[in-house]
Design a protein around this ligand. Structure first.
Ligand SMILES: Cc1cc2nc3c(=O)[nH]c(=O)nc-3n(C[C@H](O)[C@H](O)[C@H](O)COP(=O)(O)O)c2cc1C
Length: 200
């Protein structure tokens, strides 16, 4: 698929069939995350991949909004939880070529561990579309993070940034286009050309 087509087609799809995924497609999608850029090539990320139905069943209680509002999310054959590892960034930037030996978080212009893990998540969303599949990124709310961590044995220093479902969209996905199309902000509004406030 043309890259521009992948970008244009990508939507958050919240209704799935339980049609299984080719294992090679799952591996390609996961591998794409590792091609994301990362500050200082820190690669301070990890990915909990859930394909076994029993493992996926252990996951969904931590996302009650989605199971209540869009229950067929649970049919998606792949769930990935991308996790940000801040300590990897603080350690990497304490090395001699960066020199932030005090490991002070105040040095960081933005929390790059979340940014990079988000970029890895986007790689998977786009790769899913490229495979002819659909995907959705969704939040795991704060109250559920600790129990989630305990259930899956995730160490304290790894912060889940959300979850991603990947699968085949259900045949009867409700139309979801016009409202988003209407609400999408245009370049004339959000792109400032040459100086803040200049849009043309
Ligand atoms: C950081 C982030 C968090 C999101 N959280 C949720 C969520 O918790 N539940 C959900 O259904 N969609 C979630 N979304 C999807 C957005 O609602 C969606 O991207 C937006 O409405 C635009 O639609 P589109 O991605 O289909 O173009 C999230 C997206 C991002 C980037």
């Amino acid at each position: 698929m043309e890259f521009s087509e992948v970008v244009r087609r990508r939507r958050m799809i919240r209704h799935y069939s339980d049609k299984p995924l080719a294992p090679e497609a799952v591996e390609r999608i996961l591998a794409s995350a590792l091609r994301a850029p990362s500050a200082g090539f820190s690669q301070g990320w990890a990915f909990l991949a859930l394909t076994d139905p029993a493992d996926r069943a252990r996951f969904w209680p931590f996302v009650p909004t989605r199971t209540e509002q869009t229950p067929t999310m649970q049919d998606a054959p792949l769930v990935v939880v991308p996790l940000a590892h801040k300590a990897a960034y603080l350690e990497r930037y304490a090395e001699s070529d960066k020199g932030w030996e005090d490991r002070a978080e105040a040095r960081w212009p933005a929390p790059y561990w979340y940014i990079d893990t988000g970029m890895a998540a986007l790689m998977m969303l786009l790769s899913a579309v490229d495979e002819g599949l659909d995907a959705c990124f969704f939040g795991i709310m704060p109250d559920h993070l600790e129990p989630f961590r305990t259930e899956f044995g995730v160490p304290e220093e790894y912060a889940p940034i959300g979850g991603i479902t990947v699968g085949y969209r259900a045949d009867d996905v409700p139309p979801q286009g016009s409202r988003i199309a209407e609400r999408r902000r245009g370049a004339a509004e959000v792109v400032h050309r040459g100086h803040w406030g200049l849009h043309s």
